[in-house]
Design a protein around this ligand. Structure first.
Ligand code: IMP
Length: 183
């Protein structure tokens, strides 16, 4: 197992490309079954989800679909529900569409909670969520529980396969977990 050193932290290789590919295929198979007679619109959440999304859409079987991208940043303003800031706004009409939001990881669920409300407000027929990783112990918004999950993990910081540490290391083909007690 490889390790990577970054800013005083040690990251241990956890999921290798062949295991990731199996997880992605299992998600793609479920989506292929559920959407075989639909034309879903995949809304890929930048930056992290681009790697997972690229593999996921190519692993689908007989699903006529479109893809579009969004980049948001969540912040807490005066409102108790939080606000979404659109860094890359949605470029495509979601009205009357079956939307599948694609995330790299669902943690507290705040991003998904807000994005789902946003899509519904724009008239989406249905909104589901596909994520490579899910931290169920961290979930704070029940409506953000993802419909399609590559793999559940406990509350650990992970990098690689699209997931970054301060903007770097997204390009690692494996997923690495931070080693406790480092730094
Ligand atoms: P949430 O809104 O709390 O669910 O946060 C989701 C976002 O937090 C993800 O799209 C990631 O950008 C980031 N994130 C959460 N956990 C991790 C992690 O372990 N590694 C890298 N990014 C993470």
């Amino acid at each position: 197992m490889n390790t990577i050193e970054e800013q005083g932290y040690t990251f241990q290789e956890w999921l290798m490309p062949d295991q990731i590919a199996k997880d992605v295929q299992q998600v793609a198979d479920q989506i292929s079954t559920d959407y075989k007679d639909k034309e879903p619109l995949f809304v890929v959440v930048l930056n992290g989800a681009f790697v997972f999304a690229a593999d996921l859409i190519r692993a689908l079987k007989d699903v006529r679909c479109e893809q579009t991208f969004i980049r948001v940043s969540s912040y807490w303003g005066m409102s108790s529900t939080g606000q979404l800031e659109f860094i890359v706004p949605l470029q495509q009409v979601v009205d009357n569409r079956d939307v599948i939001i694609v995330e790299d990881i669902v943690d507290s669920g705040l991003t998904i909670h807000q994005l789902k409300a946003h899509m519904r407000g724009l008239g989406a027929t249905s909104v589901r969520v596909a994520t490579m990783l899910f931290k169920p112990n961290k979930l704070e918004y029940d409506d953000a529980r993802p419909d399609y999950v590559g793999r559940e993990i406990s509350d650990e910081f992970v990098i690689g396969y699209g997931l970054d540490f301060d903007g770097f290391l997204r390009n690692l083909p494996s997923i690495y977990k931070v080693k406790e007690g480092t730094k």
